[in-house]
Design a protein around this ligand. Structure first.
Ligand code: AMP
Length: 292
């Protein structure tokens, strides 16, 4: 695995690979890697000839300075994991390399509802920062395929829309959520939970499974759907000490518009953000027959 710090070296090596007819896959991350990230690298390894990963803690997508400062950074361990997983090129840029003319000139995109609901409502400016860094990274790496986790479902939809708007010649591959053995979705921020919080946080996934099951049993009326949501929120807040559910939304899987009733033929997701102390935990589930 080659470790690269400059845009020009990445471009040189990617161009050389493409000129040999190789396909290029890209996995952008912010590091503090876990099995969730590594599953993306594995998917990329299986589908592409050249596997490019990046680790860049992007300052423009953090809306709380403390979250940026406390974001875990484990570069030595990350480098080893990526080499073992079959990454070919690891891009480790500085802030200046990504934003040579400063961080403040993000282009405005019209993502419609996608960046206004849920995370968009709770984290002003977050998705503008995500779009800014993903556009820049894609312009540098020019991959054929981009691998992203469905754990950050709203981000996945927004990046898909960004690619459409910019008409970039890359296809986006959504990879399934990898969970800890008791069901908590893996996240770099999980290391900041106490041992008991981390155990209790399994209740988030359990609550989403209950939503999915209950919708199949009785979800086709407005009041019942609201009861199902309220029960899920209560379940999470009751089982995780100090937890506060910021939102728990049942939405159309493509538009992210809130749904008032559930119909099996409409692609549906339930998404939630739960605050445990300073840490926000995201999770989601597609409402399908797997939990009926
Ligand atoms: P991050 O380092 O948090 O920016 O995440 C980098 C990529 O890994 C994003 O596409 C995430 O959606 C994905 N990812 C993070 N956690 C998981 C997980 N538990 N399962 C699958 N993908 C994940």
């Amino acid at each position: 695995m080659e470790i690269l710090k400059t845009v020009s070296t990445v471009q040189q090596l990617v161009t050389a690979a493409k000129s040999k007819g190789q396909t290029v896959g890209f996995v952008p991350t912010m590091g503090a890697l876990h099995q969730g990230h590594l599953s993306l690298v594995e998917a990329c390894r299986n589908r592409c000839d050249l596997v490019v990963c990046s680790i860049f803690v992007n300052p423009t997508q953090f809306n709380e300075a403390t979250d940026f400062d406390k974001y875990p950074r484990t570069i030595t361990a990350d480098t080893q994991l990526l080499a073992e997983q079959g990454c070919d090129l690891l891009f480790l840029p500085s802030v200046n390399e990504i934003y040579p003319s400063g961080v403040d000139n993000a282009k405005h995109y019209d993502f419609g509802l996608l960046d206004k609901t849920m995370e968009g409502a709770y984290r002003p400016g977050h998705f503008a920062g995500v779009a800014q860094v993903v556009k820049r990274l894609l312009d540098i790496v020019l991959p054929d395929q981009l691998f992203m986790g469905l754990k950050d479902y709203q981000q996945f939809k927004i990046v898909g829309k960004l690619i459409d708007i910019e008409q970039m010649p890359v296809s986006i591959v959504g990879c399934p959520i990898i969970r800890e053995p008791h069901g908590l979705a893996m996240s770099s921020r999980n290391v900041r939970l106490s041992t008991s919080e981390r155990q209790q946080a399994a209740a988030i996934n359990q609550a989403l499974i209950k939503v999915c099951k209950n919708l199949h049993v009785e979800g086709n009326s407005v009041p019942i759907l609201n009861v199902i949501k309220q029960n899920a929120i209560k379940y999470i807040e009751h089982n995780i000490e100090g937890a506060k559910v910021e939102y728990l939304s049942i939405v159309h899987a493509d538009t992210l518009a809130g749904l008032e009733v559930w119909q099996p033929e409409i692609p549906t997701m339930v998404l939630t953000a739960v605050r445990v102390g300073e840490i926000r935990l995201l999770d989601n589930r597609r409402i399908d027959s797997s939990c009926a």
